[in-house]
Design a protein around this ligand. Structure first.
Ligand SMILES: O=C(O)c1ccc[n+]([C@@H]2O[C@H](COP(=O)([O-])O)[C@@H](O)[C@H]2O)c1
Ligand SMILES: Cc1cc2nc[nH]c2cc1C
Length: 350
């Protein structure tokens, strides 16, 4: 039986209209701030107030996990890097940590499914650990349906904690060697695409690894999808082709939307989670903004289906929430412009 969907209250369309009208009246030619205008109006609609409050409390969560497919040689890096990078997040020396410091954001890394014992890390890091790695999706389901359900609930708890801590804008990041394979598979099975349409170079794989990854993806989709090349039930999709960390990310996004807190999406992993979240809770995508365009082709398919256009396109493919974090100042600018710019009528009269 398909999983029950939950209701999402959309951002306030009346406030969006008020914000767009205000933007038209600011001291500039009509539309001269380009997409910053759309973002400013979206923020006002999300906050339910025009002008929007300055976006000062930005909180990123990085979900870490390993992936069984890595054993099939689909990544340029070994699984051990996942655990090593968790320590880098804790030490504040990962890429996203640097960007977050620059922008005054917090970063919280959580071990959801890392294939290592990270109990030497601070207790908060492992408090939500659900498993060690996942099944290799070309031959078996990634996780059980029960674990997928539990992981979605854990993601909601994590989002609740961030919202309760005062987040005005959330960033969802990932860390997991091999995770572009299940992310691409989730996008394919959400949209009825084949392996060739969603495969990407991930960490920078060579031709041989690309061939292996294409084979793994094709066999995973053939194994788990229906005749329509889809898995209709979002929870089953996560269990068959995702992982615990991808399911946690999905639950996080659904709950952020339920709580009415906007989320800046990162690359292909967050966009796969967002697509599944929109399946679980239609309308959730109205609370999401695409931070950046990843080099992964699957992300473009997910973004198109979600109706999202990335703010920046810098050829980034780091993950961690780094692309979204790079776009944070643009979102902050959009709010300040709506708030602080003069009205043209105040300068030259009505
Ligand atoms: O965010 C993206 O679009 C993205 C694109 C390529 C690679 N990554 C990161 O690289 C890792 C996954 O790449 P791979 O090749 O091991 O599947 C994982 O840790 C991701 O955070 C992330
Ligand atoms: C070093 C390294 C850092 C990362 N951060 C996110 N994905 C990554 C993959 C690698 C290999």
């Amino acid at each position: 039986m398909p999983t029950q969907t939950s209701t999402i209250t959309p951002p306030d369309e009346q406030v969006r209209a008020v914000a767009l009208e205000r933007l038209d009246g600011l001291a500039k030619p009509l539309g001269a701030l380009g997409r910053l205008e759309e973002v400013g109006a979206w923020l006002a609609a999300c906050q339910g107030v025009c002008p929007p409050e300055p976006v000062e409390r930005v909180r990123a969560v990085v979900l870490a996990g390993d992936h069984g497919v890595t054993r099939a040689g689909v990544s340029a890096s070994p699984s051990e890097v996942t655990a090593a990078m968790v320590h880098a997040f804790v030490a504040g020396v990962a890429g996203v940590s640097v960007l977050a410091r620059q922008h005054g954001a917090t970063v919280r890394v959580l071990d959801i499914g890392v294939d290592a014992d990270l109990s030497s890390a601070p207790a908060d890091v492992t408090a939500h650990k659900l498993t060690r790695s996942s099944g290799s999706i070309d031959v078996t389901d990634a996780i059980s349906r029960d674990l997928a359900v539990r992981a979605i609930a854990v993601g909601a708890e994590i989002a609740d904690a961030e919202v309760d801590a005062g987040a005005q804008l959330l960033v969802l990041g990932d860390m997991g060697i091999g995770n572009t394979t299940p992310s691409a598979a989730l996008i394919a099975a959400s949209l009825g695409l084949d392996a060739a349409a969603v495969i990407g170079r991930g960490t920078g794989i060579d031709e041989a690894a690309h061939d292996r990854k294409l084979d793994v993806l094709a066999r995973a989709l053939a194994r788990a999808c229906d005749d329509d090349r889809r898995i209709e039930d979002p929870v089953q999709r996560l269990a068959a082709l995702g992982s615990a960390d991808l399911a946690v990310g999905t639950g996080f996004l659904v709950q952020a939307a339920r709580r009415g807190v906007p989320v800046l999406l990162d690359g292909v992993i967050a966009c796969a989670e967002a697509l599944v979240a929109a399946g679980l809770a239609p309308g959730a995508e109205a609370w999401f903004l695409a931070g950046h365009r990843s080099t992964e082709p699957a992300q473009a398919h997910a973004l198109a289906a979600l109706g999202l256009e990335p703010l920046i396109d810098l050829g980034m493919r780091l993950g961690e929430g780094s692309g979204a974090m790079t776009a944070v100042p643009l979102v902050q600018s959009a709010a300040l412009l709506v708030r602080e710019m003069a009205l043209l009528s105040d300068l030259v009269g009505p």
